[in-house]
Write a protein that binds this ligand. Structure first.
Ligand SMILES: *Cc1c(COP(=O)(O)O)cnc(C)c1O
Length: 435
């Protein structure tokens, strides 16, 4: 399996830390030799490994169930599985993808509160017993098709904190309904084992988890009074994961640890379902400028051979649109669907001279009304230049479509050698050459 990871998934091991720019430059040089201008993605599995290590150091009590929907790249799932991470699956297919890694079904939480009957039956067949629900209607279904399931009642946060993606109350049982729902569960003789919640994706405030932890404690008390013994608390996802969010994550872990210690005795198993935290910073999207249009009267040269000095007149205000072979229906789908107006997608130019004059520019995707960056100041670029975007691991390729026939990008995996060795200690199985 390790050999498979390195060979078939082409994980390249590096002895020393290298910048994204450096690694991308090398790949682009090789592609240019072959006339290959397809966009691609670079994944640093070492970044994923250190995220898991950091989580375990900062919140040793909270067990990770990685949210597969955030990014389901196979080598990523494999490395997580080999680190002993468990998984949050939202569907039958995600459950299958994770079981294929050879892990025990006890390392899965089926965390979609509403399940098709066929999926419930599949979960039962595969012994995936831990699952969430948020209303009594769903309980009747569980009673009929999987009565021995271990159920987590998903709770609706009463206070919504600022998050990159807010859920607006779609899922979760309001605290005021909890007693009724639990009474139904009691009548049906179902197995309620705990509470879960999700505060929204990419929360900003370290204290965002405090009110919902208090609510959860109330549910434990209500359940207790009805004769249930709860022993699992699932604090969901929401943790930030882009480069530079470490301080915020640290602050969150401090608040969460303290609150957990005050309210939940060690006998309660605490789990979480981070998605964004694990993958956001590990993936970089690299795309190619295949078209350029200048909006002004100034002469504007096209193509690789144009001379940068002559490509715009220094006295004229101008603006330029670049066409990139990616799309809001591709890697950037999250920005149009879930986070309109997000400022987070920063274009990095792979190769340019620092003295280049900046021009107001728009970066346009492949499709109509497909704008990736509006009014950004960029040096004068040309067809054939490459642009990369960092922090593109969360809700990017997992949500991408093939609208307009754009192809699925190759993912190039790499890892710092000593981090790889933290997970895979048998040195004989390595190869360092990308085929
Ligand atoms: C999407 C999702 C997650 C992951 O959320 P992040 O904000 O990416 O950490 C966790 N749990 C559930 C139930 C989800 O739907």
């Amino acid at each position: 399996m390790m050999k498979l990871l390195l060979d078939e998934c082409r994980v390249k091991l590096y002895k020393e830390e290298r910048s994204n720019r450096d690694i991308i430059n090398e790949i682009v040089t090789a592609k240019q030799k072959e006339g290959d201008d397809d966009r691609f993605v670079v994944c640093d599995l070492g970044d994923v490994i250190s995220k898991v290590q950091r989580w375990r150091k900062l919140m040793p009590r909270v067990k990770i169930f990685y949210a597969v929907k955030c990014n389901s790249s196979e080598p990523l799932l494999k490395v997580l599985a080999d680190m002993g991470v468990s998984f949050d699956c939202a569907s039958k297919n995600e459950i299958e993808a994770v079981l294929k890694l050879g892990i025990s079904p006890t390392r899965i939480v089926y965390a979609h509160p509403y399940k098709p009957v066929s999926s419930l039956l599949h979960a039962k067949y595969k012994d995936v017993s831990l699952m969430t629900f948020d209303c009594s209607e769903e309980l009747f279904k569980v009673k009929e098709f999987y009565p021995s399931a271990r159920l987590l009642l998903r709770l609706l946060p009463e206070v919504e904190f600022q998050a990159e993606v807010q859920f607006n109350g779609k899922f979760g049982c309001p605290l005021s309904d909890v007693e009724n729902v639990l009474r139904v569960a009691k009548q049906l003789n179902l197995n309620i084992v705990g509470v879960s919640f999700h505060v929204g994706s990419g929360v900003q405030d370290p204290k965002a988890y405090v009110p919902i932890l208090h609510q959860s404690k109330k549910v434990f008390d209500i359940a207790n009074s009805l004769g249930f013994v709860l022993n699992v608390l699932d604090i969901g996802g929401g943790f930030p994961g882009h480069q530079g969010s470490l301080k915020r994550f640290e602050a969150m872990s401090t608040v969460i640890n303290k609150t957990l210690e005050e309210m939940f005795p060690p006998s309660i198993e605490i789990i979480a379902e981070p998605g964004r935290y694990i993958v956001a910073s590990a993936f970089t999207v690299v795309a190619y400028i295949f078209g350029k249009r200048c909006h002004s009267n100034v002469t504007c040269m096209y193509g690789k051979d144009s001379n940068r000095e002559n490509s715009m007149s220094s006295n004229h205000e101008t603006s330029t649109t670049y066409f990139l072979n990616d799309s809001i229906f591709g890697s950037f789908v999250d920005c149009c669907l879930c986070r309109p107006g997000s400022e987070e997608y920063t274009p990095n130019i792979l190769r340019h001279k620092s003295e280049d004059k900046l021009v107001e520019s728009t970066i346009s995707g492949f499709a109509p009304f497909d704008v990736l960056n509006k009014s950004v100041m960029l040096p004068d670029l040309n067809v054939g230049d490459w642009i990369y975007y960092e922090n593109m691991g969360a809700y990017t390729m997992s949500m991408a479509t093939s609208f307009n026939g754009i192809s699925v990008p190759d993912i190039m995996y790499h890892c710092l050698e000593n981090l790889w060795h933290d997970v895979y200690s048998d040195q004989r199985l390595y190869c360092t050459k990308r085929p």
